[in-house]
Ligand binder design. Structure first.
Ligand code: ZN
Length: 105
């Protein structure tokens, strides 16, 4: 699916419609906040011994049966305001096999 590089969108900071540049979000491992909270938990002595004492959910399933069940993915787009440089996240995602950001003619 082709996505225009520049779209007119409502900017919450400017409080009006402005031109935004579209970009795909980078895939990140774990946020700094999560890492910090894990560190804090360890310092408090709550993350010792067997099990996690119900503090965190189990990891993602790694069974081969679970791979590739869906042929499409939801894109994670970020919109950056051209006037105030404020980045905003899309509210609702949509599925497509492939995303392609193209410049509008
Ligand atoms: Zn703005």
């Amino acid at each position: 699916m082709k996505i225009p590089k520049k779209v007119n969108r409502f900017c919450r900071k400017c409080k009006k419609h402005t031109e935004h540049t579209v970009s795909v979000a980078k895939k990140r491992d774990r946020s700094a906040l999560k890492k910090g909270s894990l560190q804090r938990r360890r310092l408090r002595g709550l993350e010792r011994g067997a099990g996690n004492k119900g503090k965190s959910s189990r990891g993602a399933l790694s069974s081969w049966k679970m791979y590739g069940k869906k042929g499409s993915k939801k894109g994670d787009f970020r919109y950056k305001c051209e006037t105030c440089n404020k980045m905003s996240v899309q509210r609702k995602g949509f599925r497509a096999k492939k995303f392609e950001i193209v410049a509008k003619e």
